[in-house]
Design a protein around this ligand. Sequence first.
Ligand SMILES: Nc1nc2c(ncn2[C@@H]2O[C@H](COP(=O)(O)OP(=O)(O)OP(=O)(O)O)[C@@H](O)[C@H]2O)c(=O)[nH]1
Ligand SMILES: [Mg+2]
Length: 452
Amino acid sequence: MAPETGSLIVALATPPGRGALALVRLSGHGALDVARRLSGRPVFRPRVATHTRLRLPGDLSDSAVITTYVAPHSFTGEDAVEITTHGSPVIVDAVLQACLEAGARLASPGEFTYRAYLHGRLDLLQAEAVADLVAATTPAQVRVASSHLDGTLSEAIRAMGDEIAALRALLEASLDFPDEGFHFIAPEAVVGRLRMLQETCVRLLGSASAGRRLHDGALVVVAGRPNAGKSSVFNALLGRARAIVGPTAGTTRDLLTESIALGGVPVTLADTAGLRDTDDHVEREGVARAEQSMAAADLVIVVVDPSAGVDALEEGRSLWESLDGRGRVCVLNKVDVWGASAAARPEWAPPDAIPVSATEGTGIDRLGEALAGVLGRVTWEGETLTRARHRSLVGECAAALARAEETAAAGGSEEYVLADLGDALRALSDLRGVESAEDVLETIFATFCIGK
Ligand SMILES: Nc1nc2c(ncn2[C@@H]2O[C@H](COP(=O)(O)OP(=O)(O)OP(=O)(O)O)[C@@H](O)[C@H]2O)c(=O)[nH]1
Ligand SMILES: [Mg+2]
C-alpha cells in the first residue's frame, strides 16, 4: 500500500454478504462528485443524512441514505461519503461499480485508517485501537481498545515524551553556559526525574502480560490423570456437555478445544487425554498431544481426584511440581465424594487449591475467578500495552532512561545523558508513530480488513 493520500478510494464497510442494510464508504478527491452523480442531487448538506434515490449501472436503482463529510472534518481528514443502501450483494456490487466508473479505486486493507493517521486525525496507537475495536470478541477488549482510541495510552506516552523533552532543554541550557556556573538543573534532580520516568515505564510494562493475553488470547489446558474428571471440569467451565465423560480411564484421546472468555480474556480452553503410560498407540498419541499443549499453555488446570488413591496423588504431585513457575491452578475434584475433609486433601496441594464437584457444579464459579486472576484480570485503566510493538518500544525507552540515570548519578557529562534521553524520546515517538518508517506502517496497516 503506497502512502499516497487524496486519490479516491471506495470499499464496503459492512460485512460482505446479505444484510438489511449495507454501507459503502468513499474517501478522497471527487467523493462528493460521486454522491451527486449517483443521486442526481446537486447539493448535500455536510454531515446530514439525506434520503435519496440512487441511479445504478445495469438499469438498477435503490432508495438510499447518503451522508457527506467535507475535509478536514471526516474520519480520514479528506472529503468523504457514506452511502447506505439495502443490503443485497447485487446492489452493493452496482454501487461499487458506479464508484469505480466515476474514478474511484478499491481501498486496500486499513487504507481509510491509514489516511486518518497520515492526516494527523489519529496517532499510530489510536489507529491500532481501531483495528482492535473491530476485532474485539470480549467486553474487556472493547473497553481497552475504545479507551486507546480515545487517546488514554497516547496521552500517557505524550506526557512522558514532554517530560523528557523538558529535561533535555534544561540539560542543553546547562551545556550552553558551562563557564558562567549556570546550573539549570542539579544532577540529583536529574536522577530524581529519571527515576520517576522509569517508574512510569515499569507501570506500563507491568500491564503488558495481561495486555498480551487480552489482545492475543490465552491457552488454558485442563490436565491430569485419567478419570480425574478433566472432561467434566472442562464441560462445567463451558456450561455444556461438550466432551464425552465416562467411567473408563482413557475416555478422552483427542485434544478438544473451545473458546470462552475468562475475566474478559478470550481463552482457548483445551481438554486433554489423561496422562499415563500406555501401550495403546492412539492413547499414546493423545498423551503426547496433551504434553505439547501443556508446554504451550499460558495456564494449566491440574485436576486431581483426592479419592483416587496414593499412586494417583503422587502423579498429581509430580505434574503440579513440574509446572512450578508457570501459570497453574490446582483443582481437587469430586468433592462430593471426598467431602472436603482436611485429611483427604493431598499434603502437597497448595492452600489455594480449589475443591470442586464438576458433576454438581460446586466450586466452578470460584475456579473461574481463580483462572481470571492468574490470567491477569485486565483493569482496563486504558494504559494497557497490548502489542509486542508496544512492549519492545517501552522497554527500549526504559533501558535508555536507566543508562541516562547511571551516567547522571556517576556525575557524567550532560552530553551522554542527552544522547540517552534522545534514544528514549525516539522510542516514544515510534510508539505514537510520530515519524515512523513507511515499511513499519505498511506492516501494521496490512493487518486491517478492507473498508476500515
Ligand atoms: N462423583 C463425582 N464424579 C465425577 C466428578 N467429576 C467426574 N466424575 C466422574 O468421573 C468419571 C471420569 O470423568 P471424566 O470427566 O471423563 O474424567 P477424565 O479425567 O476426563 O477422564 P479421561 O478422559 O479418561 O482421562 C466419570 O464417571 C464422571 O462422571 C465429580 O465431581 N463427582
Ligand atoms: Mg476426559
